[in-house]
Write a protein that binds this ligand. Structure first.
Ligand SMILES: *[C@@H]1O[C@H](CO)[C@@H](O)[C@H](O)[C@H]1NC(C)=O
Ligand SMILES: *[C@@H]1O[C@H](CO)[C@@H](O)[C@H](O)[C@H]1NC(C)=O
Ligand SMILES: *[C@@H]1O[C@H](CO)[C@@H](O)[C@H](O)[C@H]1NC(C)=O
Ligand SMILES: *[C@@H]1O[C@H](CO)[C@@H](O)[C@H](O)[C@H]1NC(C)=O
Ligand SMILES: *[C@@H]1O[C@H](CO)[C@@H](O)[C@H](O)[C@H]1NC(C)=O
Ligand SMILES: *[C@@H]1O[C@H](CO)[C@@H](O)[C@H](O)[C@H]1NC(C)=O
Ligand SMILES: *[C@@H]1O[C@H](CO)[C@@H](O)[C@H](O)[C@H]1NC(C)=O
Ligand SMILES: [Fe+2]
Length: 470
């Protein structure tokens, strides 16, 4: 299994060049630009009749099942699904692995319209008071066709709780998207939940934002998202803002289909919120909502950062869609306005890692900050800063827009590693001080770990964890 992980389908000799060959990596002052090219094919959407989009058989069978964290600490889970024939039941029957005692939670059902599309019956049900570290089964579709799934409740929040996150962005629904998800599932590093960095279905790439593609996407990701929580961030492709067809409510399909526990972090909108999970405090920001001084998101984030207690959750992680530090030509500097507003807070709070998507390539930064510039002092170049986060762009899920394979040259000094390939990442938090981070480039079945490093906690162990700078 481990062997497969590293060698996959690549011939060994070729791999050797990949690892050791000096032609493969252009070393520049900035870091590594990996010129690996897997293939030049364009990413094609999987056709509607694909296996991954199949509807479960049976009258009114629940479909598009997905779960996410349902409260502050992980003792609750939001279960969401769609039924197509009739509203049916919004009740979830659930039981813990070591008990035959069947419990019930009641949810709600709703529908929405988008241009000439009418959604199926969308159900959301929150299950509360679960036991930490426990496997539960849950059953949907009471009354007609039932389907049973399971999830594992995370450990109780605490400073030395090991936990592994998978990280995926800009997924879409192409053959490459399917490879990313499959590679994540086949990774011997077992992600326990997914940090999703925005741009889910890319339904907006279809005429009139064909919302049937939101349904196919829900069916596609079910094989993972029904069994482990996906933590949602929104991206530009989730806006579905289309005044030309009378659709002026931003994020309408997303907000109807994906619920998040925003109220438990005193947020007033589902687009920005926070959760605690195991030893991590995760803050989700919205690149496409107002964030200037005095806006709701700004005010919320200021308060939020003061609430973080590193004795309880040593790891402070931020998710957003548009990256701040990214040297690709695509979307260059789109995250700049938010960076100017929020970066001082991140450095002051010693954020460990910022994950972003949006750019369809992979990039990892050194620990840098750029916060002393004040218009007149000329100090507008990022500097190495041990209190700053590592910025990781992982918008390489494999959507229909293809790869962003044109980087700015030369590679800026803040950029440690960049490569235009599809893939996913994993973050293995070991304890209060150490986490092992890796990026896995897609292969046909198994991924290849093409970038990795030990990250040291900024609060408890603020040592140099760069693998390149001196
Ligand atoms: C929606 O409108 C488009 C364009 O007029 C059409 O192609 C499509 O079939 C319509 N869909 C439905 C569900 O009516
Ligand atoms: C589905 O379940 C409802 C409620 O139990 C019942 O009234 C209805 O007849 C069922 N439909 C079918 C086709 O079995
Ligand atoms: C998607 O990936 C899964 C698992 O890797 C595979 O079983 C399935 O056939 C793939 N479907 C398509 C359309 O590529
Ligand atoms: C921070 O968390 C620790 C460990 O859970 C706890 O003992 C301490 O009281 C908390 N501090 C504050 C200010 O809440
Ligand atoms: C890469 O981007 C630069 C700057 O926008 C542009 O001049 C160049 O043509 C692009 N190269 C490719 C191969 O797209
Ligand atoms: C934390 O984990 C790292 C990596 O596994 C290990 O080297 C270190 O000793 C651990 N620290 C403690 C206090 O256990
Ligand atoms: C940081 O660590 C790297 C590798 O471990 C080393 O090459 C570099 O010199 C260190 N930089 C500083 C500023 O200590
Ligand atoms: Fe995007």
């Amino acid at each position: 299994m481990l062997g497969m992980r590293f060698y996959g389908h690549f011939p060994l000799a070729f791999l050797w060049i990949l690892i050791a060959g000096s032609e493969t990596f252009l070393l520049s002052k900035g870091g590594i630009t990996s010129t690996f090219i897997r293939n030049e094919e364009k990413s094609l959407d999987m056709p509607l009749e694909s296996d991954v989009f199949r509807v479960s058989s049976g009258y009114n069978a629940p479909q598009q099942v997905h779960i996410t964290q349902g409260d502050r600490t992980g003792k609750a889970v939001i279960v969401s699904w769609v039924t197509e024939d009739e509203p049916g039941s919004s009740t979830v029957v659930y039981w813990s692995e070591d008990s035959s005692n069947k419990l019930e939670a009641r949810g709600k059902v709703s529908t929405y319209k988008y241009y000439n599309y009418t959604s199926g019956y969308i159900h959301h049900c929150t299950i509360h008071n679960l036991e930490f570290n426990t496997k539960y089964y849950y059953k949907l579709g009471i009354g007609n066709t039932t389907r049973t799934f399971w999830f594992i409740v995370p450990p109780k929040v605490g400073p030395n709780v090991p936990y592994t996150f998978g990280i995926i962005g800009d997924l879409g629904q192409t053959y490459d998207s399917n490879r990313t998800l499959g590679n994540y599932e086949m990774n011997p590093v077992k992600g326990q939940s997914v940090l999703f960095l925005g741009d889910l279905s890319y339904a907006d790439e279809y005429p009139f934002h064909d919302n049937l593609r939101w349904d196919t996407w829900g069916r596609f990701i079910e094989r993972s998202a029904a069994y482990q929580p996906w933590i949602w961030t929104t991206g530009n492709h989730d806006l579905d803002y289309a005044p030309e067809i009378g659709e002026t409510k931003p994020f309408k399909p997303f907000l109807n289909r994906y619920h998040v526990p925003f109220k438990s972090s005193k947020s007033t909108k589902p687009l920005w919120y926070s959760i605690k999970r195991a030893s991590a405090y995760i803050i989700i920001l919205s690149s496409y909502s107002a964030y200037g001084r005095s806006t709701p998101q700004y005010k919320w984030l200021r308060k939020e950062l003061r609430k973080v207690n590193r004795s309880e959750t040593p790891w402070l992680i931020v998710l957003m869609h548009a990256p701040w530090y990214n040297s690709n030509i695509a979307h260059y500097m789109e995250g700049e306005t938010m960076r100017v507003v929020f970066e001082p807070f991140f450095v002051q709070s010693k954020v460990d890692i910022v994950f972003a998507g949006h750019v369809h390539a992979y990039e990892r930064s050194e620990r840098v900050s750029n916060i002393v510039y004040n218009i007149v002092n000329g100090k507008c170049t990022p500097v190495y800063d041990q209190s700053a986060p590592v910025y990781i762009t992982i918008g390489d899920g494999g959507n229909v827009q293809g790869l962003a394979d044109n980087f700015t040259e030369p590679q800026p000094a803040y950029s440690a590693f960049r490569e235009a390939s599809f893939g996913h990442a994993t973050l293995e938090i070991m304890n209060q001080t150490h986490a092992f981070y890796a990026w896995h480039r897609n292969g046909d079945i198994y991924s290849f770990q093409a970038d990795s490093l030990w990250l040291y906690n900024r609060y408890w162990y603020p040592m140099n964890d760069s693998t390149t700078i001196n």
